[in-house]
Design a protein around this ligand. Structure first.
Ligand code: ATP
Ligand code: MG
Length: 426
């Protein structure tokens, strides 16, 4: 892609409204623009990152045996009345009427719609377990939308719902999803913790959250420094415990000392049990030919929130430092004098074509600007590798390789292998 042809409005300074680093950098790097409170347009650069995360999630969900569907965003009131959530959800549920004055809402989550689908189409225990997912826009009329796409009103979520014959089978699917989520976060390259959590308005028996550790996290979590013990302090507050009494104290599981950290919730997995299935009469015939209530699990990942969370964990004073797996481009060819010097433009064009033919995602900075502006933009956008074709190329036939992490080296333009080794190792 040519830099001069993309809608990539980078900014020197972040607008006043941006409080946290990810929001500032997403605006400055031209990834998103606000349309209304908590509602954003994703520009080409931002969308590339969003799609990468979405694809990692999709690949791992498919690998787990889950099946993808796409449910509607607009949902009828009648389904929500069956679980009493039309009343319970309160103002977070955005309600609307069609021309016939029928009530609908914009889906903040899809338990009702999926349970309706399954009760009408799955009849026998032999069809279980089944795990259905979608990657779709959600709407929640949050009290305090903030931090850009981190807490939006409209956001992209992967939600999945499993239907199981009994508790043991639900536990099995739950563990499979737990492992899938671990793989997703490891592939993205994030430092995270799995935390015992409150089930909130979704309800159910047991739940765990996946938190990306970052100072700007809205949740406070208590973590043992030498075991897997981790709990959202929300859960302790609900039980009337006192968080301060935990700080620096021995971990309740007997291993290590408790540390209090901030986390960004990027995923949440629940064992719902029979709550929705009972309300909505979702049954299958069991081995004995009798109607038996389904056991349900639900599993969410905040796809758009993950973009912001990844930036919170990977940035420096120059901008974003993308983990390789989700960078919008692998390589930026910075061609200085592209518009006026044929030696430069020919060399840049041919390297660009070669790297693309090898499967790399490359942007070519063909703008009239000088080295300073181009490098600043590239560092802001966090492209892992820059290849500079400029004065040194004309004089010595040399190009410069500069990793976003700082390391640099000079190279022969024809030596693509060394260029790519340099890229892979940074
Ligand atoms: P939170 O406590 O942050 O409001 P939640 O418990 O309401 O989250 P879930 O209902 O479990 O969230 O939704 C699944 C995932 O969707 C969350 O783990 C989070 O990553 C993402 N998510 C939830 N609300 C938002 C939002 N307002 N903006 C962006 N992502 C969100
Ligand atoms: Mg919420």
């Amino acid at each position: 892609m040519l830099f001069s042809k993309i809608l990539l409005p980078t900014l020197k300074d972040a607008p006043q409204e941006a409080e946290v680093i990810s929001h500032k950098l997403m605006l400055r790097a031209g990834m998103v623009r606000k349309v209304a409170s908590g509602i954003y347009t994703w520009l080409p650069l931002g969308l590339r990152v969003l799609r990468k995360i979405e694809n990692i999630v999709r690949e791992e969900m498919d690998a787990s045996g889950a099946q993808e569907v796409l449910m509607p965003m607009v949902q009828p009131k009648e389904l929500w009345q069956e679980t009493n959530r039309w009343e319970k959800m309160g103002p977070e549920l955005l309600r609307l009427q069609d021309r016939h004055e029928r009530d609908f809402c914009l889906g903040p989550t899809h338990e009702e719609v999926i349970t309706d689908l399954i009760r009408n189409n799955v009849k026998s225990y032999k069809e279980l377990p089944i795990n259905i997912y979608q990657i779709q826009t959600k709407f929640r009329d949050e009290v305090r939308p903030r931090y850009g796409v981190m807490r939006g009103r409209e956001f992209l979520m992967k939600d999945s719902y499993s239907f199981n014959a009994d508790e043991a089978c639900l536990e099995e699917t739950y563990q499979k999803m737990r492992n899938t989520y671990k793989t997703v976060l490891e592939r993205i390259g994030l430092d995270y913790k799995i935390v015992s959590a409150d089930s909130g308005s979704i309800g159910g028996d047991a739940s765990e959250e996946f938190h990306v550790l970052a100072e700007t996290g809205e949740d406070t979590i208590a973590i043992s420094d030498s075991s897997e013990f981790a709990i959202n302090t929300e859960l302790l507050l609900k039980d009337g415990e006192d968080i301060s009494s935990l700080e620096g104290k021995p971990s309740p599981d007997g291993n290590g000392t408790i540390q209090i950290k901030k986390g960004i919730e990027v995923g949440h997995i629940f064992q719902l049990g029979k709550v929705y299935a009972e309300d909505m009469k979702a049954n299958v015939l069991n081995k004995e030919g009798k109607a038996s209530t389904l056991h349900m699990g639900c599993y969410g990942i905040g796809v758009s929130r993950l973009v912001a969370a990844a930036i919170e964990q990977n940035n420096d004073d120059k901008g974003i430092v993308w983990p390789h797996g989700i960078a919008p481009f692998d390589i930026n060819i910075i061609a200085i004098g592209y518009e006026k010097d044929q030696i430069i433009s020919e060399a840049a064009d041919s390297l660009y074509a070669e790297l693309i033919s090898m499967g790399y995602e490359v942007i070519l900075d063909d703008r009239k600007d000088g080295y300073g502006t181009k490098m600043k933009d590239s560092e802001l956008m966090g492209i892992p590798l820059n290849i500079i074709i400029g004065k040194q190329f004309i004089e010595n036939n040399e190009i410069e390789l500069k990793a976003r992490t700082g390391e640099s080296s000079s190279n022969d333009i024809g030596d693509t292998k060394t260029i790519l080794d340099f890229f892979k190792n940074k």
